[in-house]
Design a protein. Structure first.
Lengths: 104, 232
């Protein structure tokens, strides 16, 4: 009995963003800006990834006068899943007709 | 600090306060991000978006097997209290049997039959659950973490079925009770409303099921971790 990870285009966007720099810890707001996802969309995705042990979280070490921030990084499983999902999403995008849905 | 910024900070702090135990860390993360966003309006939009976390009601994650007995005991206690949730349909059987023979039309008769059916189901269910609860008591004799973990897992896994049975019985009772009313339009409306309310709790039940699945996965992970340590 296990919960399945939802494969949404937004999840693919977030994963692709993590893949752009695999080793770097990322901040939520930076991911939001780069993907164009709002906090209300982004965080449930991050929470789901963490729940499936694909994302690790950490708190930035506090510096004086600066709020410590929550940081995120893909785990090994997460990286594997991200590569697979992003390649599937890319293959689907290539397969789609360029003017699909456009009334000419 | 501008008014917009103040509003963003206030919303973020409320989200942190009201977030469920399992989402607290995420809410805090969102609040910290809101604090570093330079534009006030962007911070407000971020804070408003963070309220989405409030919809996710999660229990605090289990971090070690030592926490399992206390959590399992709490869960079993709640289950014990829940056994008597069907007391109302259970007690309605005999009076509706009497009403069944005095019913004036087929609608009333069908309503009485439905209430009696729900009463019988409630009786059988309560009896079976009561017997099962007596079995669970045996676990309390031992202070064995593994036994508690297995019991907790099994109880969580069967929660979906028990919830479904309870809802079905209560729905039958509501519909039957409403149908069996003689010239009771208001009572029928009230009971239909109660039935609809029951259906409206479905998302809440789904949330409970999701939380249970999450908890089962946590227990499995902790057990696997423990087995890994012991096999070294």
């Amino acid at each position: 009995m296990s919960m399945k990870m939802r494969r949404s285009p937004q999840t693919a966007l977030v994963l692709a963003e993590f893949l752009s720099d695999e080793q770097e810890w990322r901040y939520g707001y930076d991911i939001s800006r780069n993907t164009g996802l709002k906090s209300g969309t982004l965080y449930p995705i991050l929470m789901r990834l963490a729940e499936h042990r694909m994302l690790k979280t950490s708190w930035e070490t506090a510096e004086t006068g600066r709020t410590p921030r929550h940081m995120y990084k893909l785990t090994k499983d997460g990286l594997r899943y991200a590569r697979e999902m992003v390649s599937v999403a890319a293959a689907q995008a290539v397969g789609e007709p360029a003017f699909d849905g456009v009334g000419l | 600090m501008t008014l917009v910024r103040k509003l963003a900070v206030r919303i973020s702090s409320r989200v942190v306060r009201w977030a469920s135990p399992g989402c607290k860390e995420w809410a805090e993360g969102l609040a910290c991000e809101a604090a570093v966003i330079e534009s006030d309006w962007a911070a407000l939009r971020w804070a408003l978006g963070s309220t989405r976390v409030l919809l996710d009601r999660r229990t605090a994650p289990l971090t070690s097997l030592d926490e399992v007995p206390a959590e399992a005991k709490k869960y079993v206690e709640a289950l014990r209290a829940g056994v008597w949730a069907l007391l109302m349909p259970l007690t309605q059987g005999p009076p509706f049997l009497w009403m069944f023979f005095r019913a004036k039309n087929s609608l009333e008769r069908a309503g009485c039959a439905l209430v009696m059916f729900s009463s019988m189901l409630a009786g059988a269910y309560t009896l079976l659950e009561w017997r099962r609860q007596k079995q669970i008591v045996k676990y309390e004799v031992y202070d064995d973490i593994l036994a508690w973990a297995r019991l907790y897992r099994a109880e969580l896994a069967r929660r979906g079925t028990t919830n479904g049975i309870q809802t079905f019985i209560l729905l039958c009772w509501c519909v039957g009770f409403g149908m069996a009313q003689r010239d009771g339009t208001l009572t029928r409306i009230l009971f239909a409303g109660f039935g609809l309310l029951l259906l409206a709790t479905l998302p809440l039940m789904l949330q409970v099921l999701r939380n249970n699945l999450r908890r089962i996965e946590e227990i499995d992970a902790l057990l696997a971790e423990r087995d890994g340590v012991h096999s070294l």
